[in-house]
Ligand binder design. Structure first.
Ligand code: HEM
Ligand code: FES
Length: 369
């Protein structure tokens, strides 16, 4: 048991338990998504104590030297005192390299980031310090790979012409806050059915065979498996099968969430989406699919990429309503159940705390930490 201090709370992290799991078990509010070291939502800052080196290995050096670790990758071997991530540490240091004027008065900025900046085209960010005397909101529009520059668009009424007319400003340092989450206003509509493809996939027989092989890989994959810890393989295969069948045939057979809501909390950058697609292609080849069958299937998955890929979670929506998912609540049990952490029985009438998205409940001993 390793004692942990976090924002005035004391808890004990068990042997071989990650900090994140200990936080969730004991009801400590923390941001998280992937549980595999990719999304960096679970960053915490070590104020005192020595965290294992692997807890920070994937972080850029400026975060490492500021004392950050990923709670999901940190299995403490001694006492730790921790603080939440501070917005000031999440800034990216940048240097302005060029500005192009557009006929409509807007500008395109090209700048270098001193540390890796992951973003999806269209996300917004705030620039400040240096030439920006007050924060300026920009839209990140892409990368100029040849010159190693990030490109951002600034509306004409946001940036006074005078602010950048002087060549001397080029090479100026500034800070970037963000990128901020980008949520498509509309969900992708269901694609046009392709009955010929469904027939080519032997009326779904090959789809089921591939999905069975694919999810074996997913559940053994260190990057993807943590997303699936609360859902059985049979359920996911069943849902995927009926979803793909509905997409390819147009028959109303799928009961479940559309991709945008189903994945709302999952931080899935393009690289992870592509990693999934590589596993899918492997499974398809192993099951003997032809390039034509593979391309047809892939078209249906790509159709939903914009509803799934993101660098920060989106809220879960029901019509116009936002449904809260990232907090704890408590309930008095009508019937007994078992603790999700240690398997002990919890009697009917007990009041238990649970995380709204994960739904895990703990016995009094696990909840106490
Ligand atoms: C890296 C990429 C992806 C990850 C990590 C991922 C992860 C998941 C997980 C964990 C679930 C279970 C959610 C739950 O039952 O609580 C799920 C469900 C689902 N996923 Fe994905 N997914 C990915 C890509 C895709 C793609 C490309 C599609 C197809 C267009 C897709 C379609 C679905 C559907 C239809 C469900 C069922 C939703 C429901 O149960 O209501 N996913 N996904
Ligand atoms: S990096 Fe820890 S939850 Fe994603």
């Amino acid at each position: 048991m390793n004692p942990i201090q976090y924002q005035g709370q004391s808890l004990r992290c068990r042997e071989d338990e990650s900090l994140l799991d200990a936080f969730v078990r004991t009801g400590v509010a923390i941001d998280f998504s992937c549980k595999s070291g990719v999304c960096r939502r679970c960053l915490v800052k070590v104020l005192d104590g020595a965290a294992p080196a692997e807890a920070a290995r994937s972080l850029p050096t400026h975060l490492q030297s500021a004392g950050y670790v990923l709670a999901c990758q940190c299995k403490p071997s001694g006492p730790l005192s921790l603080a939440p991530k501070s917005p000031a540490d999440m800034l990216t240091q940048c240097m302005l390299v060029r500005r192009e004027h557009r006929p409509d008065g807007s500008s395109v900025l090209g700048f270098e980031a001193a540390t890796e900046l992951a973003f999806t085209v269209g996300q917004s960010a705030q620039l400040f310090d240096g030439p920006f005397s007050s924060p300026v909101t920009v839209r990140l529009t892409g990368r100029d790979e040849a010159q190693g520059l990030i490109q951002a668009e600034v509306a004409h009424d946001v940036l006074p012409q005078a602010a950048f007319s002087d060549d001397a400003l080029f090479g100026a340092d500034f800070q970037l806050r963000g990128p901020f989450p980008l949520e498509p206003e509309d969900e992708a509509l269901l694609p046009e059915p392709d009955l010929a493809l469904w027939q080519l996939l032997e009326h779904g027989r090959l789809v089921r065979r591939v999905l069975e092989a694919f999810y074996q890989k997913v559940y053994a994959d260190p990057l993807l498996q943590p997303f699936f810890e609360r859902v059985s393989m049979e359920r996911v295969i069943g849902k995927q099968y009926s979803f793909l069948m509905q997409c390819m045939t147009g028959d109303n057979v799928y009961i479940g969430e559309r991709p945008k809501n189903a994945h709302h909390w999952m931080v899935i950058p393009d690289t992870l989406f592509e990693h999934r697609q590589r596993l899918m292609a492997q499974a398809q080849r192993e099951q003997g699919l032809t390039p034509e069958q593979m391309a047809g299937w892939s078209r249906f998955e790509e159709h939903f990429r914009a509803d799934i890929v993101k660098h920060a979670p989106w809220p879960r929506r029901m019509g116009d309503q936002i449904i809260e998912t990232e907090r704890y609540d408590s309930v008095t049990l009508d019937e007994g159940t078992v603790c999700d952490h240690c398997g002990a029985e919890i009697a009917a009438g007990s009041t238990v705390r649970f995380h709204l998205r994960l739904g895990q409940v703990g016995c009094p001993s696990c909840e106490r930490g």
